[in-house]
Design a protein around this ligand. Structure first.
Ligand code: NAP
Length: 491
């Protein structure tokens, strides 16, 4: 138990409330305790929106958006820059709050706040870029292809990196002239929503443009089905993503699905094994493996398998696990008992199917020991499913072709990586992997906010967010022609 235990994370003005784009108001859907995973302490109450509240919020955002889209680009940019400053001014306080609410270590909280600042700064540049092209056309006709905002963007975000995974849409969507209705995961409502409302209010975002409504599936579906919301940006599991995609399809909406799947990390026989072991440990165990890009399959060439395994087992045995905010541990708790129970069963089922438990496999409260399984093969749960827990799955291979075949034995994923001293060989393998993001001599957990982020299959619907993808993502094309007078027609 640390000194922070008694302190709430949720500020009094937001406790049990919803944010309607200018005012905090009680939630008709009631409220629920927000639990700090490491201590079990109640750190606030989250207001739960019902479907009607979601519909009302959409109406407010919808009404506020046209004036915002008509605001000078430099004034929209200024709001985003002020949001970055507001985050920077509260860096230490916010980093600790994010770490505590998400069960992360303090550097994880710092990472989220640091990246959030970058996201706001990058978004501030978007309104100042060219918004289209002048097209060749008939003489006397000005023909322009221009990007215009969608209007309203609905955002549904998960619990693991709630600040950056929400803000990576909220910031560019607002910057490009949209209003946003955000439904964060109710387990992490401060990092995923309240914090953003505070910062944008301080930055002078006009009323109504950002609505924050934590809620359950009912509120989420009201957001996804409302005809005034032409785009949904969803980040979460492939299962819920399918449902969101179906609903969006039925209601003829643009949908960005940022999901999960298999992330393969290939270790070749010429790799520096100390460096590789460190990369694997980080890729698989950082934030308890609760990362969409976690290195959830580690494919190792047979001659170096035993040596790499020994290094990983030593790390698994020694790494401290506990309250992430204490500053004394490498791994914190999992988000809740449901997530831990599912992961624990996956480990047990994989051992039952013939894999060997080399380290870990135990937990104290929500703190699961870093775990190593060897002999993992296709057909075992830990190979076939996304573990979303602190697990190194060691899968043996002999040839480069076999590594590629094993890696591509999946329904797709976000990230892949190859570690080996022969960079040309590692690149040749990397180019054959079915992933949205490929890294040579690295592990799979990478995001710089300047890169397009996404992946095929279970990774999502091929849409990407971030960097050069953002203008495409949060605006649509409009063809505009202008002539001095109406031209002559044949009838
Ligand atoms: P999840 O269960 O799919 O939840 C994600 C969000 O969807 C939550 O806010 C959840 O809140 C909401 N939700 C659930 N059912 C809904 C419905 N019927 N309608 C509307 N919203 C609904 O995902 P998770 O288990 O929290 O997160 C882990 C998964 O997310 C992993 O698969 C991971 O790979 C993926 N992920 C992907 C990325 C990426 O960038 N591609 C990043 C992080 C995580 P409620 O359940 O409270 O409604």
């Amino acid at each position: 138990m640390g000194a922070h235990d008694a302190l709430p994370v949720m500020p009094a003005h937001a406790n049990g409330q919803l944010y309607d784009g200018g005012r905090w108001r009680p939630a008709r859907g009631g409220s629920r305790a927000v639990i700090e995973p490491a201590t079990g302490a109640t750190i606030g109450q989250v207001g739960i929106a019902d479907a009607q509240e979601m519909t009302d919020a959409i109406a407010r955002a919808h009404a506020a958006q046209p004036a915002w889209a008509a605001t000078a680009p430099r004034d929209r940019a200024a709001v985003l820059l002020k949001a970055a400053q507001a985050l920077e001014a509260r860096f230490d306080e916010l980093s600790l709050a994010v770490a505590r609410e998400t069960g992360g270590i303090v550097p994880k909280g710092q990472h989220e706040v640091r990246e959030a600042i970058v996201l706001c700064r990058i978004a501030a540049g978007l309104p100042m870029q060219a918004q289209g092209q002048v097209l060749p056309s008939t003489p006397g006709r000005l023909s322009i292809a221009r990007r215009v905002p969608h209007g309203l963007v609905g955002v549904i975000s998960p619990f693991n990196f709630p600040l950056i995974l929400g803000l990576r849409t909220v910031a560019p969507a607002l910057a490009l002239g949209n209003a946003v209705v955000l439904k964060p995961d109710p387990r992490t409502p401060y990092s995923g929503g309240v914090l953003m409302a505070e910062v944008f209010e301080q930055a002078g975002l006009p009323a109504g443009l950002l609505q924050v409504l934590p809620g359950d599936g009912e509120a989420g579906e009201a957001l996804v089905t409302d005809p005034r919301v032409p785009m949904i940006a969803f980040t979460g599991s492939p299962g819920v993503g399918r449902r969101i995609g179906e609903l969006a399809g039925r209601h003829l909406k643009k949908v960005s699905l940022e999901l999960g799947g298999a992330n393969n990390l290939v270790v070749l026989d010429d790799a520096d094994l100390d460096a590789a072991a460190s990369a694997v440990a980080f890729g698989a165990w950082f934030h308890q493996g609760q990362i969409c890009m976690a290195s959830n399959r580690v494919l190792v060439q047979r001659p170096v398998l035993e040596a790499l395994k020994q290094r990983l087992v030593a790390k698994a045995t020694h790494l401290p696990v506990g309250d992430g905010a204490s500053g004394q541990v490498a791994l914190g708790p999992m988000i809740d008992a449901k997530q831990l129970g599912r992961f624990d069963q996956l480990v047990k089922d994989t051992v039952e199917a013939g894999a060997r438990l080399e380290a870990g496999g135990q937990h104290e409260g929500l703190c699961y020991r870093p775990t190593v399984l060897s002999g993992v093969k296709p057909g075992m749960r830990a190979f076939d499913e996304e573990p979303f827990g602190p697990l190194v799955n060691l899968v043996a291979f002999d040839s480069d072709d076999e590594a590629v075949a094993l890696a591509n034995n999946s329904q797709g994923g976000l990230a892949a990586a190859v570690i080996g001293r022969d960079v040309a060989r590692a690149m040749a393998i990397g180019e054959r992997l079915n992933a949205g993001m490929v890294h040579i001599n690295d592990q799979t957990v990478n995001d710089e906010c300047t890169n397009p982020f996404g992946g095929p299959g279970l990774g999502g619907n091929g849409s990407a967010v971030g960097g050069p993808a953002d203008i495409d993502e949060y605006t649509r094309w409009q063809w505009l022609t202008v002539q001095a007078g109406v031209r002559a027609f044949p009838f």
